[in-house]
Ligand binder design. Structure first.
Ligand SMILES: CC[C@H](C(=O)O)C(=O)SCCNC(=O)CCNC(=O)[C@H](O)C(C)(C)COP(=O)(O)OP(=O)(O)OC[C@H]1O[C@@H](n2cnc3c(N)ncnc32)[C@H](O)[C@@H]1OP(=O)(O)O
Ligand SMILES: [Co+2]
Length: 142
């Protein structure tokens, strides 16, 4: 994963519209995307400042894993996501290195990304997501 820039840092929130207002109106972030990813059971909103994207996540129901993880908190850091050029090669390399994969096969993520998660038990307790941009091309800048 050398030279894999952070694609986004995700925060699970209880009130998505309040979080959007905080980041865009108060903190000055710009809006990038908003979409529901049903197979992940979430709605994701990307907001950007410079090259940094914060992904605000709302669980589609309170039974979802991300709702359980948030618990009673209003917001909670959920995962960090790194942009890789070849997600399959990275997954094979990490699996061979003994990292427990949540996703053996990459799947569709938000913002056109192809994504896969590593289990937090293998990554020091922080949920890590690999993202391959559309077309697998060079990292998205700006
Ligand atoms: C639309 C895609 C979008 C994108 O970027 O494109 C997204 O990022 S979608 C984000 C939502 N999707 C996911 O998070 C998928 C990957 N996550 C999972 O598969 C699960 O949440 C998993 C396996 C991390 C946890 O599953 P579950 O909660 O059902 O299991 P447990 O409750 O038994 O938890 C096991 C263990 O993991 C700890 N945990 C759970 N979530 C997190 C987290 N976000 N960060 C760190 N640790 C986490 C949990 O506390 C348990 O730890 P333990 O010590 O055993 O109590
Ligand atoms: Co993400």
């Amino acid at each position: 994963m050398i030279d894999a820039p952070i694609d986004h840092v995700a925060i699970v929130v209880k009130d998505l519209d309040a979080a959007i207002a905080l980041y865009t109106q108060t903190l000055g972030f710009s809006f990038v995307y908003r979409e529901i990813v049903a197979d992940q059971g979430i709605e994701a909103v990307g907001v950007r400042t410079g090259n940094a994207v914060i992904e605000l996540l709302r669980p589609l129901d309170e039974e979802s894993p991300i709702a359980r993880y948030r618990g009673d908190a209003q917001t909670k850091l959920h995962h960090t996501a790194y942009r890789v050029a070849d997600i399959r090669a990275e997954l094979a390399r990490l699996k061979a290195a003994g990292i427990r994969l949540i996703d053996e096969e990459p799947r569709r993520g938000a913002h056109g990304n192809t994504i896969a998660f590593l289990h937090p038990k293998s990554t020091g307790g922080v949920l890590v997501e690999l993202c391959q941009p559309p077309g697998g091309g060079p990292p998205r800048e700006g």
